[in-house]
Design a protein around this ligand. Structure first.
Ligand code: SDX
Length: 426
């Protein structure tokens, strides 16, 4: 007999099935609740509500565990390329050598964008935020590549095309925003190095590929590749449930990630650290403000809906900071401030009681600064990293027999029946 939960309401008992996941997490399946009882559930922010079952990523927020298709993120950070990680998330297993070669060839073949797309970039106001540009340009890809997405092969080509072109679009946006010549992708460079070259190569100063920088970027993107049903992934799934094309679904994910409570936090962290530096470097006034319930200020890069322990990605990101800055002989005062802030928070009872720890965004901006990425492109870097995860989640929802159009209900609290009042009587 499978496990059930009993709900007693107005003298009747409703038995609801319990669903248990691979790692023991359990849920009450309420798909028949309204039919049986007339009741719905209410859960602002979906704090207690699962939207789907998924086999892609496992997060244990109490113990700081993150696994992609069962493999600990620490092992992937140690051994996998970003290409391998993307393939793993999207296809459910690591590629063998011939699959990896074919994937590389496809990524190379699809790395250019239609020349007419350059016109679009030139018409964005110079001060446009790169996330707004990226979201628009990914949506625009549909106009240039209108393939249907009915057969597996077509979906795989569309997926690989997007994984490859997102780098080119991001680098083009950067070059054009600075009035510099666009640098094309090169067939002899792998995924990360190709992006760096498109970003920083110049006719007057050829970009020298530094393997330490490539390694740091690879780690950055592997760590960001997926994170189960976060806000932007949920946006991709919800928009995708209307059966829009992949580009439109991903464009909605980019828009959601832009928010400072979500992926936009990596830019907000650096702006916060710069403000602390400008005000003399003392973190205590900022920690005090963050604890003041009457002050809307939040410590950017701290806290998480799921992690009530140290975010395993932040731990690795902090190590990358130390090793990369040392290898590049960079002394970034913001890193010292960040470490001082972290130490102060971890020793503060209020933060300990609220179980607030550094999240993936806290140290990531320091790494991106050392690589030379402009602050307003930090969330674009997050988006490129998260793209394989969004695609994997979108594909999984397409193949899910239980998946249907996403359409939450509500509890109405507005006025009851009201008569229309003609204009002359108002
Ligand atoms: C990402 O979901 C994912 O997986 C996201 C992500 C991914 O990989 O996709 O991991 C990436 O988005 C990481 C999060 C980046 N955002 C930030 O760093 C912004 C700062 N963090 C917070 O705004 C906050 O922690 C959230 C939004 C991330 C999560 O907050 P919740 O789960 O909605 O909880 P909450 O806002 O209700 O906070 C609970 C309590 C509150 O205090 P009380 O009212 O109960 O007294 O904790 C406090 C909050 O005020 N709190 C903070 C805080 N975060 C929570 N107080 C000060 N500073 C903070 N950063």
């Amino acid at each position: 007999m499978s496990d059930t939960a009993k709900l007693e309401y107005q003298g009747r008992i409703y038995e609801l099935p319990i669903v248990e996941g691979t790692e023991g997490e359990k849920a009450i399946d309420i798909s028949e609740l309204r039919n049986q009882s007339g009741l719905i559930t209410l859960d602002p922010g979906y704090v207690n509500t699962g939207s789907c079952t998924s086999a892609i990523t496992f997060v244990d927020g109490e113990n700081g565990i993150l696994r992609y298709r069962g493999i600990p993120v620490e092992e992937l950070a140690e051994h996998a390329t970003f290409k391998e990680t993307a393939y793993l998330l999207i296809n459910g297993r690591l590629p063998n050598r011939s699959e990896l070669t074919r994937f590389s060839v496809l990524l190379n073949d699809h790395s250019l964008v239609h020349e007419d797309m350059r016109e679009f970039f030139s018409n964005f106001p110079r001060a446009s935020h790169p996330m707004g540009i990226l979201s628009s340009m990914v949506n625009t890809l549909r106009s240039f590549y209108p393939e249907l997405q009915t057969m597996e092969e077509e979906i795989n080509i569309t997926v690989t095309r997007l994984l490859s072109k997102v780098r080119t679009l991001a680098a083009m946006s950067y070059k054009i925003s600075r009035g510099h010549r666009v640098v094309y992708p090169r067939p002899d460079l792998a995924y990360c190095a190709n992006f760096l070259n498109m970003m920083f190569d110049s006719p007057v100063r050829p970009y020298e590929i530094d393997q330490d920088v490539v390694h740091a970027l690879r780690l950055f993107w592997v760590l960001h590749a997926d994170h189960e049903q976060n806000c932007s992934t949920s946006a991709v799934r919800l928009v995708g449930s209307a059966r829009v094309n992949l580009y439109a679904a991903i464009s909605s994910g980019i828009a959601a990630l832009w928010g400072p409570l979500h992926g936009g936090a990596n830019q907000a962290v650096i702006e916060m650290l710069e403000e602390i530096e400008e005000k003399g470097g003392d973190v205590k006034p900022f920690v005090k403000r963050a604890k003041d319930r009457n002050d809307p200020f939040r410590l950017m890069g701290f806290g998480h809906r799921i992690y009530k322990a140290y975010d395993p990605r932040a731990r690795i990101m902090k190590k990358i900071c130390d090793t990369l800055l040392e290898k590049l002989h960079i002394r970034d005062p913001l890193l010292e401030i960040a470490k001082d802030l972290e130490q102060t928070v971890l020793e503060d009872d209020w933060f300990v009681e609220h179980r607030l720890y550094p999240n993936v965004d806290f140290y990531s901006g320091i790494v991106l600064r050392a690589i030379g990425i402009p602050t307003n492109m930090f969330t674009v870097m997050f988006a490129i990293g998260r793209l394989p995860g969004w695609i994997a989640q979108w594909k999984e929802s397409l193949d899910d027999p239980n998946w249907k159009l996403g359409r939450p209900r509500q509890i109405y609290i507005g006025p009851s029946l009201t008569k229309f009042v003609p204009l002359e009587e108002r």
